[in-house]
Each structure stands twice: as structure tokens, then as C-alpha cells.
Design a protein around this ligand. Structure first.
Ligand SMILES: *[C@@H]1O[C@H](CO)[C@@H](O)[C@H](O)[C@H]1NC(C)=O
Ligand SMILES: *[C@@H]1O[C@H](CO)[C@@H](O)[C@H](O)[C@H]1NC(C)=O
Ligand SMILES: *[C@@H]1O[C@H](CO)[C@@H](O)[C@H](O)[C@H]1NC(C)=O
Length: 411
């Protein structure tokens, strides 16, 4: 009975001790605005509530991004910059936080919104994909491809822009589809720096058509995640006793050797066995069947150690190693048999050919006596001979020739 009373008293004491209870009011910030400050970039800005008292307490702000990608954080400042795809609009809330000793009291939220970018439904591009590549040290190229929106008229012209930090640039070189719409873009050089980690690239594609308002589309890409890694260099492969040894150099890249991993594609050309092995370093040794010929290809990617993995490089050129060796005497005997059989066939064919030429040069002379005795049965007999002889391939021409000679002589 006594213990319960004490607890109730303590609870009351704690409640009346809060600033709220002491009459401290926490008011929401004022003039909260959103402004597009660059492609896919919003500046959130608000003012402290002029009526807010803060004596010796600290004021902070809670920010909640509602769309397109939810996010929550707090800040001491009265502004904040966010990068987000804005084609479907943007909305966020902010509230005041009052911190007094170890107590934290918050105000109501205030909300602000940006409307979606204007344009007809279904006119935005779809299936956007982008790839970067490190070319000559220091240069990053960019290539993007997309599909025109299902609802975009055939005469739609699309335009692509990329933004990297504060640099915005329109695509200089487009590839078109059969309707003459841009569906691919290449930048041979960009402002991107090849060694950066987790930097964002903003892609903005808008368009125009006399028949519809084309809704712009935006997408953010992690520079590292869309980098197509270069092919490993100076690959050398050799056979030593029962082992295949391979060494190579890392691809052209500002990243160190430890930042790469490889795939090793080994095909035994005799058995047809295929193997893809994941290799964490740039040399490799594997036991092989030395009586087989092998083909080898290698490709590279970044591993997780240095940054986000990108896209696997293309496979290197095929390198062949080893010779197929016949395993036993049976194979030898079989080969010998094959060779001798083909030789015999060749000989027979040659003899036939000679015979054929012989019969052409010296056709058989017909006997005229037959003509007067009984021409019909003989003629019937000859016709039969003629058809049956053309059915056999070897010497058919020679027989046909003698046949026609016979017929001429008859009529
Ligand atoms: C809020 O905006 C209004 C109108 O623009 C302005 O008069 C007022 O001074 C602003 N309040 C603060 C605290 O900046
Ligand atoms: C485009 O993307 C959609 C949805 O992601 C997918 O279903 C479709 O196969 C893609 N089309 C092409 C041609 O890649
Ligand atoms: C496309 O966007 C760029 C960059 O914001 C802008 O300068 C251009 O006027 C837009 N073009 C169309 C047709 O909307």
C-alpha cells in the first residue's frame, strides 16, 4: 500500500518537471520552402519560429523526406540539400526539436511539396541503363540507352543531360531508332573522376513533340556500380608438368591491384569440359590434363574491398595452350585404318575415271546387221540398257555415250 503511493508521487513529480509542464512551448519552423537548385537537386529551407523561446536550451530540426525515397535526419541548420529523382514530385516535413539537459521535445510537423514534372502519362523514357568506362588514365566515358515511352508520339525527340556535382551537360552524340527518335547517347569524355568512391551521377531525359507534352525522367546512378571494368592486360599462360600457370596485370584503372577480382574461363577442348573459376589475385595455377588442348579467357571486376563492384569487363581474347595427344595404340590403328581405306577408295575412283576416258576415246562400234533383221526387240533392249546404265554413277556418261551412238545408228 505504501510503495504504490510513493510511485504515484514520483510519477507526478517527473511529469511536472518537464519544460512542457513548466510552460515551455515548442513551435514548428516557419516559411518552409523547397526549391530545385540543379537537376535532381532540392534545396529545403525554413526559418526558426520567431515566437520560439529557447533560453539555455538547444534548437535542432528533424527533417523527414516522404517521397520519392523516405529518409529521416536531424540538423542544426535551417537548410538542407537533397539529391533525388524529381519527375514524380518531392515531399518533406520539418519540425523543431528542443533539447534541454537530457530531455527532447518536438513541435508539430510542417510539410512542403514539389509537384510532379509536367507531361502526359506514358511519354517518359523507360528502361534507362547507363555504363561508364575508364579510358585513357583520367578520362571517364558514359553511354546510356533507353526505350521511348509507350505513349510517346513517333515524332518525339528525347534529350539527355548528365549532372556530376555542379557540372551539367547535354549529350553530344545520339543514336536513333527507326522513327528517328534518340534512344542512345555517348559522351566520350565527362567531368567524372575515375578514382571517386560512391559519387552520384544524375541522368535527366526530357523531350519534345508537337503532339504531346513529354514528361521528363530522372535517375541517379552510383558511378562505381555502373562502371564497366577494363579487360585484364598482358595475360601469359604456360604449361609446366601437370600445371597450367597463368599471370596477368590489372585492368587500366586508378585503383590498386588488391581492388580487383577475376574470372578464369577454362575449356578443355578435348573433353569439352568448361570451368569458370573466381580468382582473387592476378596469378593462378591449376592442375590440368597435359594431353589436352585448352582455351583460356579472363575477365575482371572490382571486389568489395575498395568500392562497390561494377560490371564485369568483357572477356579477354582467347588464348590456346597445350596440344591434344592421342592416348593409346588403338587410336593409332584406327587412324591408320582410316587412312588406308580412303587411299583404296581414291585408287578405285581413279581407275574408274581412266576407264571412263578410255571409253570416250574409243567408243564401241555398232554392228549394222541387226538393223535389217528385227529392229523393234533390239531397240527395246537398247532403251532398257540405257536407263539402267544411267542409274549407276561410275561410268554412266561413258555408257550413255555409247547408247546414243547405237541409237543414231539405228534411225
Ligand atoms: C516568412 O515569409 C514571409 C513572406 O515572405 C515574410 O514576410 C516573413 O518575414 C518570413 N518569416 C521569417 C521568419 O523569415
Ligand atoms: C523494360 O523493363 C521492363 C520492366 O523492368 C521489363 O519487363 C522489360 O522486359 C524491359 N524491356 C526491354 C526491351 O528490355
Ligand atoms: C530539358 O532539360 C534541360 C535541362 O534542364 C532544359 O535546359 C531544356 O530546356 C529542357 N528541354 C525541354 C524540351 O524541356
Amino acid at each position: 500500500m505504501m510503495a504504490t503511493g510513493v510511485r504515484v508521487f514520483l510519477l507526478l513529480l517527473w511529469t511536472t518537471d518537464t519544460p512542457q509542464g513548466a510552460g515551455v512551448q515548442v513551435l514548428p519552423p516557419v516559411n518552409f520552402t523547397l526549391r530545385v537548385s540543379a537537376l535532381a537537386q532540392v534545396l529545403l529551407h525554413w526559418e526558426p519560429n520567431p515566437a520560439q523561446e529557447h533560453n539555455n536550451s538547444t534548437i535542432r530540426y528533424d527533417v523527414k523526406i516522404l517521397s520519392p525515397v523516405p529518409e529521416e535526419y536531424d540538423t542544426r541548420r535551417t537548410h538542407s540539400v537533397r539529391t533525388a529523382a524529381l519527375h514524380d514530385g518531392f515531399s518533406a516535413c520539418v519540425r523543431t526539436l528542443l533539447l534541454q539537459e537530457d530531455l527532447e521535445i518536438s513541435s508539430d510537423w510542417v510539410e512542403a511539396k514539389l509537384p510532379p514534372l509536367p507531361g502526359a502519362a506514358g511519354t517518359s523514357v523507360t528502361n534507362l541503363s547507363c555504363v561508364t568506362r575508364v579510358t585513357i588514365p583520367g578520362n571517364v566515358s558514359l553511354r546510356c540507352a533507353w526505350l521511348p515511352g509507350q505513349g510517346a508520339p513517333e515524332d518525339t525527340k528525347y534529350f539527355l543531360f548528365y549532372r556530376y556535382e555542379t557540372h551539367t551537360e547535354e549529350c553530344p552524340t545520339y543514336t536513333k531508332d527507326k522513327w528517328n527518335r534518340n534512344t542512345e547517347c555517348r559522351f566520350s569524355g565527362t567531368q567524372m573522376k575515375p578514382g571517386e568512391i560512391d559519387k552520384l551521377i544524375v541522368i535527366h531525359i526530357n523531350g519534345s513533340s508537337p503532339r504531346a507534352a513529354i514528361k521528363p525522367f530522372q535517375q541517379l546512378f552510383n558511378q562505381n556500380a555502373i562502371e564497366k571494368v577494363n579487360i585484364p592486360r598482358n595475360i601469359s599462360i604456360s604449361l609446366q608438368q601437370n600445371d597450367l600457370l597463368a599471370t596477368w596485370e590489372k585492368p587500366i584503372s586508378p585503383f590498386h591491384e588488391e581492388c580487383f577480382e577475376y574470372e578464369f574461363y577454362l575449356i578443355n577442348l578435348k573433353s569439352g569440359n568448361k570451368q569458370i573459376l573466381r580468382i582473387p589475385s592476378n596469378s593462378f595455377q591449376v592442375q590440368v590434363d597435359v594431353s589436352s588442348r585448352y582455351s583460356v579467357r579472363i575477365r575482371a571486376n572490382h571486389n568489395h574491398i575498395c568500392r562497390a563492384p561494377g560490371l564485369w569487363s568483357d572477356w579477354s581474347e582467347i588464348i590456346y595452350v597445350g596440344q591434344n595427344k592421342l592416348e593409346n595404340s588403338t587410336a593409332w590403328i584406327l587412324t591408320l585404318l582410316c587412312v588406308s581405306t580412303s587411299c583404296t577408295f581414291l585408287l578405285v575412283a581413279m581407275i574408274c575415271k581412266i576407264n571412263h576416258v578410255w571409253s570416250k576415246l574409243f567408243p564401241p562400234i555398232p554392228t549394222p546387221s541387226n538393223k535389217f533383221r528385227d529392229p523393234f526387240p533390239v531397240d527395246y533392249e537398247r532403251a532398257r540398257t540405257c536407263t539402267s546404265s544411267t542409274e549407276t554413277e561410275v561410268g554412266s556418261l561413258a555408257d550413255g555415250f555409247s547408247c546414243s551412238v547405237l541409237d543414231d545408228s539405228v534411225f
